[in-house]
Design a protein around this ligand. Structure first.
Ligand SMILES: [Zn+2]
Length: 162
């Protein structure tokens, strides 16, 4: 995706109030991110770790979604799968994120939930730039996986907008 500045990111949010957008902590080193290797920008809020954000490039510009994840409860065992990139992780490295839906549905308290890599680094896992800690069962190549990530991301975005 193309590099974004803080203003462009703040303007992109579709499911947040003005004060929530103001409170967003930008990712560290925004100008040095590996933008060309990112399908979307995803990060945890350094000042509020239960908050996370996705900024997704689309045909008509970028679209930002604020997410919430509850603090991890008692330790769980086993592995889990990211709903977006299908990378397998130790269960603690996948988190259930909830996005408030855009518009009146969101104001009425409706959310959309999905499991995502806890560090929101799907793009890096698919390109071999970050290694998951558990063996992967996936046999298809990274290009196909990147394309599928795009479709799943778009379907998540449309659920938030619907
Ligand atoms: Zn992922």
């Amino acid at each position: 995706m193309q590099a974004l500045n803080a203003d462009e990111i703040r303007r992109s949010f579709v499911n947040s109030s003005k004060s929530q957008v103001k409170a967003v902590t930008m990712p560290a080193g925004l100008t040095e991110l590996p933008w060309e290797s990112l399908d979307f920008l995803g990060w945890r809020d350094a000042k509020a770790p239960a908050r996370a954000y996705l900024v997704v490039p689309r045909e008509d510009g970028v679209l930002g979604i604020a997410l919430n994840t509850s603090a991890t409860g008692k330790p769980r065992r086993g592995t889990g799968l990211c709903d977006l990139c299908h990378t397998a992780h130790k269960v603690i490295d996948v988190a259930l994120f909830a996005a408030r839906r855009a518009g009146s549905a969101g104001r009425a308290g409706n959310t959309v939930g999905t499991y995502i890599c806890a560090d929101l680094a799907c793009s890096l896992y698919l390109r071999g730039l970050r290694e998951p800690e558990v063996p992967q069962g996936e046999t298809v190549g990274s290009e196909v996986r990147i394309e599928r990530l795009g479709h799943r991301l778009e379907s998540f975005v449309s659920r938030v907008l619907a």
